[in-house]
Design a protein around this ligand. Structure first.
Ligand code: ZN
Ligand code: ZN
Ligand code: ZN
Ligand code: ZN
Ligand code: ZN
Ligand code: ZN
Length: 363
């Protein structure tokens, strides 16, 4: 993957990540207006129910794409990310939102980026240059500025709950990145369905309060965009950018949420909010400007993923020969996408790259 590619994966990844962040960012303030309409379990269940419906629709509309399906070895990671990202995260969020002003919670959700980054860099061997680390530092500073004034009484519990949600999603993001060469629609649909069905069932069995029909429909709609479509786009960004970069990009979500709270929900504007927003904005701009390019070696690697071939030459990472079975439904004279297991030969060259699945070299 890299500079030789006809469809620039970096541009595509940044776009997907940004749209995912905007959709998710607007969802938190909207949910905060209805946190008292039902129990945390029923609200989280409805949100992921909406996500499931949206992803099933995307699947219907787009038809199947040439992607590598989830395999048996992927199930443990998928189960853990579903539990943390689909159940623990949203339940802690809903309960935290009920205790804090929407703008404050939105900006505190920046901790998700911090946790994602720390895990990606410290445990996942992803690389972030000096600019990237500085960018992460600014984001953390913004979150600290925000929480300082609100660590008293019940808002302390609220902040802790938002931090817990952020940690759950930070682990979820890193596990999702590990699965990012698999079919993203399949992963997103599984996660949404496997999270919503048990939560809704449990809420009904335990006799939890459910929101009224109009509020339930609203939650389904918020979940469809803020969770369903957003999770899918986020998986595409994780594939193209790696978890560390996706995280800093995704930290645009809280700005969108805070602006949305000010503009639509007419929450009071504070100087703290402005300082925090400025720190975080500087962090995102810094990350987008970081370029990383150097001479490196791709080692022999055999795995399956969706990739691109151009008969006139093109991507040097995908010059492999094909078995007849891998060429069914592919044109002979035009470039095409397909997915199958293939060998990456050892290759040394220089090109711009990020810490995606093909670039886990040390620096
Ligand atoms: Zn590198
Ligand atoms: Zn590959
Ligand atoms: Zn490949
Ligand atoms: Zn191929
Ligand atoms: Zn390369
Ligand atoms: Zn490379």
């Amino acid at each position: 993957m890299g500079a030789h590619h006809p469809h620039d994966p970096l541009l595509r990844g940044h776009l997907a990540g940004l749209v995912a962040a905007v959709l998710f960012g607007c969802s938190a303030p909207l949910i905060s207006t209805v946190t008292r309409a039902g129990s945390a379990l029923s609200i989280a269940g409805l949100l992921y129910g909406g996500a499931t419906l949206a992803l099933l629709s995307v699947r219907l509309v787009r038809g199947t794409q040439a992607e590598t399906p989830v395999g048996r070895q992927d199930w443990p990671a998928l189960a853990i990310l579903t539990l943390l990202g689909g159940v623990v995260g949203p339940m802690a969020l809903v309960q935290g939102l009920a205790r804090l002003p929407a703008a404050t919670s939105s900006l505190l959700l920046n901790l998700e980026a911090v946790f994602t980054l720390a895990i990606a860099v410290l445990l996942g061997r992803e690389h972030l240059g000096r600019r990237g680390l500085l960018s992460a530092g600014l984001t953390i500073a913004g979150a600290v500025v925000l929480s300082e004034g609100s660590l008293r009484g019940t808002t302390g519990v609220g902040s802790a709950l938002i931090a817990l949600a952020s940690l759950a999603w930070g682990i979820d993001n890193n596990l999702s990145q590990r699965l990012s060469l698999r079919d993203p629609i399949q992963i997103a649909t599984f996660k949404a369905a496997a999270a919503s069905l048990p939560m809704l069932t449990l809420a009904m069995v335990m006799g939890h309060g459910f929101p009224s029909v109009p509020v339930s429909l609203e939650l389904l709609a918020i979940g469809a965009l803020g969770y369903g479509i957003s999770i899918w786009l986020d998986l595409l960004a994780l594939r193209d950018l790696g978890a560390a970069r996706e995280a800093v990009l995704f930290s645009a979500a809280p700005f969108v949420g805070a602006l949305f709270s000010l503009a639509i929900l007419r929450e009071p504007f504070s100087a703290t909010l402005l300082v925090a927003a400025a720190l975080m904005a500087a962090g995102v701009v810094l990350l987008l400007r970081e370029q990383h390019s150097h001479w490196h070696r791709h080692d022999n690697l055999r795995h399956a993923h969706r990739h691109w071939h151009d008969p006139r030459g093109g991507d040097p990472h995908h010059a492999h020969h094909h078995a007849q079975a891998d060429l069914i439904d592919t044109p002979v004279d035009r470039p095409f996408w397909h997915a199958h297991e293939h060998q990456h030969e050892q290759l040394e060259h220089a090109h711009g790259h990020v810490s995606d699945a093909h670039h886990r070299h040390s620096h």
